[in-house]
Design a protein around this ligand. Sequence first.
Ligand code: PLP
Length: 369
Amino acid sequence: MPDRLAGEVSNSIYNFGAGPAMLPTAVMQRAREEFLDWHGTGLSVMELGHRTPEFIAIAEQAEANLREILSIPDNFAILFLQGGATSQFSMVPLNLTAPGDRVDALYTGLWSGKAIKEAGRYCSVNVAASSENNHFTAIPDTSGWQLSANARYLYFTDNETVHGVEFQQTPKSGEVPLVSDMTSNLLTRPIDFSAYGLIFAGAQKNLGPAGLTLVIVREDLLGNSRQDIPRLYDYAFNAKEHSMANTPPTYSWYMAGLVLQWIKQEGGIPVMEQRAIARSSKLYQLIDASEFFSNPIATGSRSRMNIPFLLRDETLNNTFLKEAKSHGLVALAGHRSVGGMRASLYNAMPEAGVDCLAGFMADFERRYG
Ligand SMILES: *Cc1c(COP(=O)(O)O)cnc(C)c1O
């Protein structure tokens, strides 16, 4: 087996895990080069104080690159927090609603379901549309959405990581700001910020290692948090403190900065988007042409990031996973709630990884199909 530590990193092991997910090889190599001595300081980034000029430069560069890559307007604050995407299931309603307020939400899979349940502890949640009845295999058609007249925001999960459904267009919410969980598809296509009030993402799918949670929030929405919440959960306080109210996840922030630099060097969002389409199309084509593999998601709702698929003969699941692993194709088991397989194809996955998986799947079908 090729040795990652010896630098033989490029196309040896392909990690299809949903998260924490693979990171670009170039980023990992750069981090290794800088690990013991960041830019001649004699210190690792891990050992730098978060208020030192050195770390502040790292932090500001990451924010500037993110703003540039996604064309984030000046009236949005960018927060680098902890707590994971799940922390935002509570922080969003605690900061953007008052008790008794109403919000609209689209229930399209496991992650929106969790967010809806948590928000319901703090405000009134109107599930404007749900695909639960068809097992989350399609985004509900816009014509059936029951939006409220007085909602504070419309909440949705842009890409459902477990079920493999992704919004193909920005949902239309009228005047109401959109709030979106983009944990698993941020940085894979352009975003029209004029429709959004807030976007959040846990870093470990497409941005960097676990531990960092990104919140991009329109500044006029700040300052309305509930009075009784811990200050550390107040967006306005974190914005005022430049995400340094306490020690931020410095190393994850640094790694995210390297990923953002990499995206910029590769050609930015247009290139990430084009690659995401190329990778996922290749796999969907193989699955659709096969009698042995299947994907249950409606063609107009399919995720470019997470592709769940089933083997016709489920008793072969373990054989499939074992053989895949021996080919360097790892972490293909589906989420425990849906079973089967799942291939996660984030920005760091090279097309060669998909080619390798497709070749293995075609061969597996020939031998067992
Ligand atoms: C992984 C994931 C989460 C949960 O992230 P944590 O950082 O573990 O809380 C939430 N939403 C989506 C869409 C995800 O993919």
